[in-house]
Design a protein around this ligand. Structure first.
Ligand SMILES: Nc1nc2c(ncn2[C@@H]2O[C@H](COP(=O)(O)OP(=O)(O)OP(=O)(O)O)[C@@H](O)[C@H]2O)c(=O)[nH]1
Ligand SMILES: [Mg+2]
Length: 179
């Protein structure tokens, strides 16, 4: 059996990590959503991880989602163990969370030299931050930042194809070059 490619989906609270994995997974998603105990603008939040699977071009992909809340940050390293690619999601409706997204990105990539792409969710809504705005914020090339509607698998697949290409380079022994 081909070893599955492990991809982590991370980002701040409400970025759409659980929704993204649910939209893509071909198997029933294992989630750990529980009632939020503080006001985070929604009823449920991930407390440990999300897990889903899909197959792309005959290759098995494992998707692991992290919790967004700070108080579960001890889970990030656990969830990221062995990952070959990282998808950072930020919501276009929550530009105030970009600093938080940057902190998570630095936390993970400083511990695991993993290639990453960024998805800006909620692109189906008007007046949200667009991928180019977020690329400028992170000073990243525009082709590393994708507009996503996490409730719709089509836009999520663009992100998956991009991270698979980067992850395969890393898997083939090429050094991970962060932009
Ligand atoms: N319209 C729209 N709604 C979205 C999108 N992504 C997520 N949502 C909604 O936003 C809310 C939060 O999404 P979640 O998937 O729970 O976010 P999360 O990143 O897993 O959040 P935590 O687990 O709390 O960190 C849910 O009500 C989703 O349905 C999107 O791209 N467009
Ligand atoms: Mg979640």
């Amino acid at each position: 059996m081909i070893k599955p490619l492990k991809i982590v989906v991370s980002g701040p609270v409400g970025a759409g990590k659980t929704t993204f994995i649910r939209s893509l997974s071909e198997t029933e998603v294992v989630d750990t959503d529980a009632d939020a105990t503080e006001d985070i603008g929604k009823a449920k939040t991930t407390i440990a991880l999300d897990f889903g699977t899909l197959t792309v071009d005959d290759s098995p992909i494992y998707l692991f989602g992290t919790p967004g809340q700070d108080r579960f940050d001890f889970m990030w390293e656990v969830v990221c163990e062995g990952a070959l690619g990282l998808i950072m999601l930020v919501s276009g409706t929550r530009p105030g969370d970009l600093g938080r997204a940057r902190a998570i990105l630095e936390f993970i990539t400083s511990r695991i030299p993993v290639p990453f792409v960024i998805g800006v969710t909620h692109q189906d809504l008007p007046k949200v931050w667009r991928p180019d705005d977020v690329a400028d914020y992170f000073q990243l090339p525009y082709d590393r930042v994708f507009g996503v509607n996490a409730t719709d698998g089509d836009t999520c697949m663009d992100v998956i194809h991009s991270i698979i290409a980067l992850a395969n380079e890393a898997r083939n022994g090429n050094p991970v070059v962060q932009p």
